[in-house]
Design a protein around this ligand. Structure first.
Ligand code: TYM
Length: 334
């Protein structure tokens, strides 16, 4: 609790271009939860270097992601928006927690297996302990709730296990967090292969809608989206391409799948696809305009970076000092 409010933590990697999946699965829920909770939203740049990055590019993307959080509507006066690398407590707590995490647990993580297969030439220790750093992010702020897409659920479960294990040994040190997964949009699939999630790192640009795509590109990608040969619009696992389009439509319009199916009753895919495109364009347009405006305001973004890093550090240090005492590190002499 901070000032009587429960705490929320979430983050995104500044790796690749953000997709509609990131927006609908995470960022959109951040906006709806932000009044109710004391929120920490991090640009998790420590996580990004588990895969090789071009330094200048990473710095640029990190700033643009931080700006995007604000452009999406998160007020940095009320929400703590900061770079993970500006708060050394993340790395320090991660080390401690890694001593309370088993190799077997990390070996079971599907994201590690996927990434290790994709980057077979660079299976570094950071990639393996990535979920411990994620647990540190969350536990450092004593977060009650963590809004994420479905793909992060396994990491959340591990975080809870680590917190409970630590608490069993040392008393109630950590709040055990709950995941928050939205009803619609928690798993947006690729437009080219609806059996796979829409991903920043997909090599086929037609598979993903990027948040900065212009309206023509968005429309073109939806028109090319892979569907099926059934020709009727139902919300069913048997029609994953159509189901994905309906999910996107519903997440953007606030309609339920039943309402959407009714709306397109008797209509063909040729009508559904542009309607989804239009819905996405109207959600992304204000975001893109605000992004353009904010990117030009260097002094403002710099002040957000500075002030929020100080705030995040303050709360991070409170937890870190407590944990250091609990595990037996000597007190500092002042
Ligand atoms: P990242 O950067 O891959 O994704 C950011 C958020 O977007 C969600 N997401 C999706 N949701 C729906 N459909 C999709 N296709 C889709 N793709 C991505 C993700 O679930 C995530 O919520 N490890 C995390 C970042 C992280 C973090 C944390 C998150 C680091 N520390 C602590 C929460 C709490 C990641 O790589 O997310």
């Amino acid at each position: 609790m901070i000032d009587g409010k429960k705490v929320l933590f979430s983050g995104m990697q500044a790796t690749g271009n953000l997709t509609l999946g990131n927006y609908l699965g995470a960022l959109k829920n951040w906006l709806t939860l932000s009044d109710e909770y004391e929120c920490f939203y991090s640009v998790v740049d420590l996580h990004s270097i588990t895969v090789r990055q071009n330094p200048a590019e990473l710095r640029k993307r990190a700033r643009s992601l931080l700006t995007l959080y604000i452009a999406a509507g998160l007020d940095p006066k009320k929400n703590c928006i900061y770079y993970q690398s500006h708060v050394s407590g993340h790395a320090e707590l991660s080390w401690i927690l890694s001593c309370f995490t088993y190799m077997g647990e990390l070996n079971r993580m599907t994201q590690f297996k996927d990434k290790a297969a994709k980057h077979a030439d660079n299976i570094n220790a950071g990639l393996f302990t990535y979920p411990v750093l994620m647990a540190a992010d969350i536990l450092l702020y004593q977060a009650d709730v963590v809004p994420v897409g479905v793909d992060q659920m396994q990491h959340l479960e591990l975080t809870r296990n680590i917190a409970e294990r630590f608490n069993n040994i040392y008393g109630d040190v950590f709040t055990v967090p709950e995941a928050y997964v939205g009803k619609v949009g928690a798993k947006i699939m690729s437009l080219q292969d609806p059996s796979r999630k829409m991903s920043k790192s997909d090599e086929n640009p037609n598979a993903s809608i990027y948040l900065m795509d212009d309206p023509d590109t968005i429309m073109r990608k939806f028109k090319r989206a892979v569907t099926d040969s059934e020709g009727c619009i139902r919300y069913s696992e048997q029609q994953p391409g159509i189901k994905n389009l309906l999910d996107i439509y519903c997440a953007c319009t606030g309609k339920t799948p039943q309402e959407a199916v009714k709306e397109f009753e008797g209509k063909g895919y040729g009508e559904l696809k542009p309607a989804v495109g239009e819905a996405v364009i109207s959600v992304l347009r204000p975001l893109q305009e605000e992004m353009k405006r904010l990117s030009g305001d260097k002094a403002y973004i710099d002040s957000v970076i500075k002030e929020n890093a100080e705030k995040a550090n303050y709360y991070a240090m409170k937890t870190l000092r407590k944990v250091q005492r609990k595990v037996g590190f000597p007190d500092r002499i002042r």
